[in-house]
Ligand binder design. Structure first.
Ligand code: CMX
Length: 458
């Protein structure tokens, strides 16, 4: 009797603390928002007519490369150095962000706090957010869960994922508040609820998709004592393995954000700019992530690696043999998946940190050895080929071989994991879009006729 009273006391103290820390995130944002709004107003008033650079005919035809026409606060990509999350490089995030007990990789909850506020959270703040996300995940409508379970398995997992996010949309606080006539200064408060509810529930729906598609619908319950990434791994069937939990923490932290112009971030921002709620916006972003030149490249890399292994047909993967196989891909009018980037001009640091993880835990894995040898060969071949502006590997060149090693062998699923992580970055950005009152996006398009006349006149 006495010990159960003691436990109730401890639990109630813990839950008060959790409430306190998750309320703290909201109050930090509430304090930051008016300052940022004032700053934005001043910048627009003082410097609104300062040019950010020219737009050329080439830029208009070639995917708007290099046009500075978007503001995204959460991260910035340098072509040489790679991504910085709120100013922090990947090694700095690995050092500074809260880790699980005994772990070395950052917790995605800490990354979420960083992306939302620009501040590195304390371990207590990270724990408060973890507990808050757990509670929000538990409050999901069972009917939504049943719907996700009923999505046909013959749809690609990314199609299922996008549908699942749309199914979660029925609980959108923002959509409801808008219908109730909410004042625009309060948009962010309802967006905040949607952003946290949606992020909390992504591992749940994503793991259901995994279990129904590949494991006969034998579902595994969430374990509320685990962190967001470890619980996702556990619900997928990889519970109790410390290395996989660490891999999930790293994977789900580094895939969150890559500034604002990539397809998934831009699509989420664009759709959100029409005041479509966060679920509708994220689902649109996921449809973009599902393209083979973007997030689906992680699936394509694995398929290609398997093709290479098949073509090797027992031969030693020497550099000479691999060179020929890469040329076969290029001569077949295909891209080498996992290589090249629209902005980066060096090896992606997201590739490097995954390589370091492999060197630490699985250096003798045959697939990792193949990926490593390809790293020595592909850049030379692509340079010789002479087309790509960046012959170096991106994030997708490495992720699949790590997952294969730990038994997550269904490569068609890989982009869903990317999407679960990407939700953290693009929804953090969307919160700020609504907080800063950014308007509906509507760039000007022109016709080729217009360009011909314009060029003649100039
Ligand atoms: N293999 C073969 N050719 C490539 C190539 C690659 N890995 N990367 C670029 N090229 C080609 C392009 O197809 C283009 O050819 P065309 O002129 O015939 O159209 C030419 O090189 C110039 O392209 P670029 O300016 O260097 O690259 P883009 O900015 O247009 O495209 C990207 C960037 C990522 C789509 C491209 O490098 C690519 O297709 N890579 C392979 C797919 C991939 O790994 N995507 C994942 C990117 C990361 C992510 O978003 O997740």
């Amino acid at each position: 009797m006495r010990s159960s009273l003691k436990l109730t006391k401890i639990l109630s103290k813990a839950s008060t603390q959790q409430r306190y820390y998750s309320a703290e995130l909201k109050s930090i944002l509430a304090a930051q928002i008016p300052q940022k709004q004032a700053e934005l107003k001043e910048i627009k008033e003082k410097f609104g007519n300062v040019s950010l650079g020219d737009t050329t005919v080439r830029m208009a035809y070639e995917g708007m490369r290099g046009i500075k026409g978007l503001v995204t606060e959460t991260s910035l990509l340098d072509p040489e150095e790679g991504i910085r999350f709120r100013g922090y490089s990947i090694p700095e995030c690995q050092e500074k962000l809260t880790k699980a007990q005994g772990g070395q990789e950052p917790l995605p909850e800490a990354m979420l706090w960083l992306l939302l506020t620009g501040e590195v959270p304390t371990p207590q703040q990270t724990e408060g957010l973890r507990a808050d996300l757990q509670q929000r995940a538990q409050q999901v409508d069972p009917k939504t869960v049943e719907f996700v379970k009923s999505i046909p398995n013959n749809l690609h997992p990314m199609t299922q994922f996008s549908m699942a996010i749309l199914a979660l949309q029925k609980d959108s606080k923002f959509a409801q508040a808008y219908q109730d006539g909410v004042h625009k200064r309060e948009y962010w408060i309802h967006t905040y609820e949607d952003v946290l509810n949606c992020i909390a529930r992504l591992p749940l729906v994503a793991s259901i998709i995994y279990r129904k598609t590949y494991h006969n619908g034998q579902y595994i319950k969430s374990d509320s004592s685990l962190d967001w990434a470890a619980d996702y791994a556990s619900m997928m069937g990889f519970g109790g393995n410390k290395q996989i939990a660490e891999l999930f923490r790293l994977y789900l932290s580094i895939h969150t954000d890559h500034e604002g112009g990539n397809v998934s971030a831009h699509a989420t921002h664009l759709v959100g700019s029409a005041l479509s709620d966060p679920y509708l916006s994220l689902s649109a972003g996921m449809n973009g992530l599902a393209g083979p030149l973007h997030g689906l490249a992680n699936q394509e890399v694995l398929k290609w690696l398997k093709e290479v292994q098949k073509d090797l047909n027992g031969r030693e993967p020497t550099k000479e043999v691999l060179r020929q196989l890469i040329w076969d891909t290029l001569n077949g009018g295909r891209v080498v998946p996992g290589y090249g980037h629209a902005v980066l001009r060096k090896t992606d640091p997201r590739y490097t940190c995954q390589r370091e993880f492999a060197q630490k835990y699985m250096k003798d894995d045959p697939l990792f050895k193949l990926v490593s040898t390809l790293y020595e060969v592909v850049p030379d071949v692509l340079t010789e080929h002479g087309k790509t502006k960046n012959p170096w590997p991106n994030v997708d060149a490495h992720s699949g071989c790590l997952l294969q090693h730990y038994g997550l062998v269904e490569e068609d699923y890989y982009t869903v994991m990317f999407g679960v992580s990407r939700g953290i970055g693009v929804l953090s950005s969307l919160l700020w879009d609504r907080a800063l009152g950014l308007p509906i996006e509507r760039p000007k398009s022109v016709t080729t006729e217009w360009i011909k006349k314009h060029v003649k006149m100039n």
